[in-house]
Design a protein around this ligand. Structure first.
Ligand code: F6P
Length: 357
């Protein structure tokens, strides 16, 4: 029997490029080099304790978080793999305080790259799935050094976004604005092969993901939503829900792309100085773009996350994404708060929180 050969990522991008005969190939070079960087990170992550890259770097990054050796190494791979190519005007990373300037010896390009080199890296030491997330924007037409303001573009301006997931298999998930496509790394060929074309997130789900240890800090609409899920068949939702929390957003986003679900890391009152936990430019926007392209949704709770105008490169934001009907329901709860005379299911018999005596 003759089998149809699978398409490689390179082939896929060349096919896409045929639709833009005027394009010079920079966009494809950028995406292929990002994919190459991800393969390099995948190998380093997979070496685990046998490699030389585990453990803490004993450094606190610009986010106030402890950097792992692998955070730093993955960041270096992104820089080394992309700064020479002539297609970038600058880069922003979770691990760097300021935008990275393209060194003077290299050509200044037409795109901007924002990335989280190793998302979920607190899971590294326990061998749980992690990943890299990236977002591509257009750079302003100018030869001057890139500024933070150049990155202040809403998610709707992204021209590509994706992530690589380093799990039992390594996958590269990509949107260039025409659906979401998944490529599995073939260990024999060292190539990403198209295995999951045109993914669709089911509009309904019975699975939600939230860090429930933060429940005392949640705003009422989030508590209401979670409590209604927990009430299951006997509550207003009339069905039982499952809960998941991996603490690695890439892994949660991947599960949701594959089978639906909803993820919440909402704005809360834990640290009033922070508008949320996740970062807009290199976490929320790329995941938002992927979700929307797969028929799902992504919201701050109050509005589509992709419409938020950034005001800082490391800006944090509340993020809720996944199955469209659930995200829309949660947004409705935020935008039309309960009236005072409405019964609050949180304080009912089956509620999370009992009415104080
Ligand atoms: O940087 C973000 C991240 O590691 C996400 O991947 C994950 O969803 C979240 O932080 C986990 O946060 P927490 O430890 O509060 O559950």
């Amino acid at each position: 029997m003759k089998t149809v050969p699978r398409m490689t990522l390179t082939q896929f991008l060349i096919e896409e490029r045929r639709r833009f005969p005027e394009s010079g190939g920079d966009f494809n070079s950028l995406l292929l080099n990002v994919a190459l960087v991800c393969k390099r990170i995948a190998r380093t992550v997979a070496a685990g304790e046998l490699g030389a890259a585990t453990g803490s770097a004993s450094v606190i990054n610009v986010q106030g978080e402890e950097q792992k050796m692998l955070d730093i190494i993955s960041n270096d791979f992104f820089i080394e793999g992309n700064h020479w190519g002539g297609y970038l005007a600058g880069m922003v990373s979770e691990e760097m305080e300021l935008p990275y300037q393209i060194p003077s010896g290299y050509r200044q390009g037409r795109y901007l790259l924002a990335f989280d080199p190793l998302d979920g890296s607190s899971n590294i030491d326990v061998n749980v799935t992690v990943g890299s997330i990236f977002s591509v924007l257009r750079a302003p037409a100018s030869d001057r050094p890139v500024t933070e303001e150049d990155f202040y573009q809403p998610g709707t301006e992204q021209v590509a976004a994706g992530y690589a997931i380093y799990g039992p298999t390594t996958m590269f998930m990509l949107t260039v604005g025409r659906g979401v496509h998944g490529f599995t790394l073939c260990p024999q060929l060292g190539e990403f092969m198209l295995t999951h074309g045109d993914l669709q997130v089911p509009a309904d789900t019975h699975e939600f993901a939230i860090n429930a240890s933060n429940s005392r800090f949640w705003e009422d609409p989030v508590r209401r939503y979670v409590d209604e899920c927990l009430a299951g068949k006997t509550g207003v939702r009339g069905k039982d829900f499952n809960m998941r929390w991996i603490a690695s957003m890439v892994a949660e986003a991947h599960r949701i792309l594959m089978r639906g679900g909803v993820f919440l890391y909402p704005r809360d009152s834990k640290d009033p100085a922070k508008a949320g936990r996740l970062r807009l430019l290199y976490e929320a926007n790329p995941i938002g773009f992927l979700m929307e392209q797969a028929g799902g949704a992504a919201s701050t709770g109050y509005q589509s996350v992709m419409q938020v105008m950034p005001t800082a490169i490391h800006q944090r934001i509340g993020l809720i994404f996944g199955s469209k009907n659930e995200v829309e329901l949660i947004e409705r709860y935020h935008n039309t708060p309960r009236r005072d005379d409405e019964p609050n299911p949180l304080f009912k018999q089956c509620g999370l929180f009992r009415e104080p005596a």
